[in-house]
Design a protein around this ligand. Structure first.
Ligand code: TIU
Length: 224
């Protein structure tokens, strides 16, 4: 057992590395690479690409501590039979819909180049990849089981986008009694206002959904 104390908002976050997992949410080319789904929707992808390197450093540090690492990908079966019609319909309104052909294959379809995780954060063998149809990582996946079977009670949360899949996952985890620490510099929204609002929404009211901090404080905790 190794206990760590991280400087965080609204107060310090304590965790046991054996009971804590790093979750890296949807660091897929569709969201983080030029020509992907995110950019096709007209977003500036600078924020999502710029978190790749800080996230890689966290991933390396966490692997060194032998902590559990979980990766997620948002996407659907090629026949889209697991995609709610509402999600399909509203995606199209924005101009680039799920299943449409994009520069990196069909958008958010499993097995396509754009759907996969960026090379810098490639999962190692033994690190589970959760393929999720929704925004939250728990909805219609076996994440709950994987965490419970390993006795995971705490999550260090990174990935994209902060106001969508990251927040949805933190809210789902919080309702399950899992304590979440979100790394502000390893999460990104396309619009900085959404990043700022998300951070405030999570750590307000004594940590209504969890804690937030910067990765440098995690490294400081690892060094103590
Ligand atoms: N992973 C994730 O956040 N999916 C999204 O659809 N995000 C948007 O910001 N659209």
């Amino acid at each position: 057992m190794a206990e760590y104390i991280v400087k965080a908002k609204p107060y310090e976050f304590k965790f046991d590395s054996e009971k804590t997992a790093l979750i890296i949410i949807d660091m897929q080319r569709d969201f983080c690479a030029p020509g992907g789904f995110g950019e096709k929707l007209g977003n500036d992808i600078t924020p999502t690409t710029s978190i790749i390197d800080p996230t890689r450093k966290v991933l390396e540090a966490v692997r060194e501590k032998d902590m559990f690492v979980v990766h997620t990908r948002e996407g659907h079966r090629p026949d889209l039979s697991d995609c709610p019609p509402s999600k399909l319909r509203r995606g199209k309104i924005q101009g680039a819909g799920i299943g449409d052909m994009g520069p990196m294959g069909r958008i958010l379809v499993r097995g396509e180049h754009g759907h996969d995780i960026v090379d810098e954060l490639k999962p190692l063998e033994g690190e589970p990849i959760i393929d999720k149809p929704g925004k939250g990582s728990f909805y219609q996946t076996d994440l709950d089981l994987l965490l419970a079977n390993r006795g995971i009670t705490h999550l260090i949360v990174t990935g994209v986008t902060t106001h969508v899949c990251v927040q949805s996952t933190i809210r789902e985890a919080n309702d399950r009694g899992i304590e979440c620490l979100m790394l502000e510099d390893c999460t990104a929204a396309f619009d900085p206002r959404d990043q700022e609002a998300s951070i405030r929404m999570i750590n307000q009211q004594g940590g209504i959904f969890g804690w937030t901090t910067e990765s440098k404080h995690l490294f400081e905790a690892f060094e103590d």
